[in-house]
Write a protein of this length. Structure first.
Length: 284
């Protein structure tokens, strides 16, 4: 579920920096995610680990809020993102949780949407002409990996889940590049609208709006609750504090800032997981 909500914006930002090489960045990130899930222990319960885990998850909420604002209310994305954060905060105060049954339904709907998008893009000749890419830019590839990494790590740990998420991400990236090319794909934060237009599927734009809502709201509530509980299990004080921070950030942060914060938080979490693995290896 994280993938759907993040890829709507992360792919555009990654492509703007990496050009056609964003596909390589997705493959590298997918392999990295599988390695992380196979080799590293889960995040522990020390204070640095709890803080890093909270920051990375609240960063995800910020990205989902930004995605929601950009796709559903393009005329006022910042205000819509702030309201989104406020709704997520209220949901946590009310004790709303995304159970396994609901998560499976949401995942199934998003997989069906991804399969439909892939079929549409493959079945219609592309408008974009292939242009040989320039040599890869190291900063551009780094930006793409940083933007994509938080969303290729599965909601539930496991290398098999990470591999499945990575395969879907690679497929969507490949068809998006095939249909739009890197210039149009990286031109706008809402480039999936351009993707449907290029594939003669303008009539499906309302469906994309629904998909954007389904891909962001449930997983944002899940990530917010997880992030808040890592800081403090107590409500409502911790909930209100986290909600205020995310709402203010969502009102002013654009897609690049939101993705950078989520990416840095995820990197910090991975560094602590590597440290935990080394500590366990020394004790063994």
């Amino acid at each position: 579920m994280r993938l759907a909500g993040g890829l709507l914006i992360a792919l555009a930002v990654g492509t703007s920096g990496a050009d056609y090489w964003v596909l390589v960045a997705v493959v590298v990130t997918a392999v990295l995610a599988v390695a992380v899930e196979a080799l590293l222990p889960s995040l522990g319960d020390t204070r640095p680990e709890r803080i890093a885990g909270s920051v990375s998850r609240l960063g995800l909420v910020l990205v989902f809020a930004t995605t929601f604002g950009q796709y559903l209310f393009p005329s006022a994305p910042g205000a819509a993102a702030a309201v989104f954060a406020a709704v997520v905060t209220v949901a946590d105060l009310a004790g709303v949780r995304l159970g396994d049954y609901a998560a499976r339904w949401v995942t199934g709907l998003l997989l069906a949407a991804a399969a439909s998008l892939i079929a549409i893009c493959v079945g219609i000749p592309p408008l974009a002409q292939f242009i040989a890419p320039d040599p890869p830019s190291v900063p551009g590839l780094g930006l793409a990996v940083l933007a994509l990494l938080p969303f290729l790590l599965p909601r539930r740990p496991g290398p098999g889940r990470a591999a499945a998420v990575g395969a879907v991400a690679v497929a969507i990236t490949a068809v998006a590049l095939y249909q739009l090319g890197p210039i149009r794909l990286g031109l706008s934060a809402t480039s999936f609208r351009e993707l449907l237009a290029a594939a003669d599927a303008v009539s499906l734009l309302p469906v994309l709006t629904v998909v954007a809502a389904v891909a962001t709201v449930p997983v944002a509530v899940d990530a917010f609750t997880d992030g808040r509980e890592r800081l403090s299990p107590e409500r409502p004080k911790a909930t209100l504090a986290c909600g205020l921070i995310v709402a203010v950030a969502a009102a002013f942060a654009g897609p690049v800032v939101a993705l950078s914060l989520a990416g840095v938080g995820t990197l910090a979490e991975l560094v602590l997981r590597v440290r935990a693995r080394r500590y366990r290896a020394r004790r063994a």
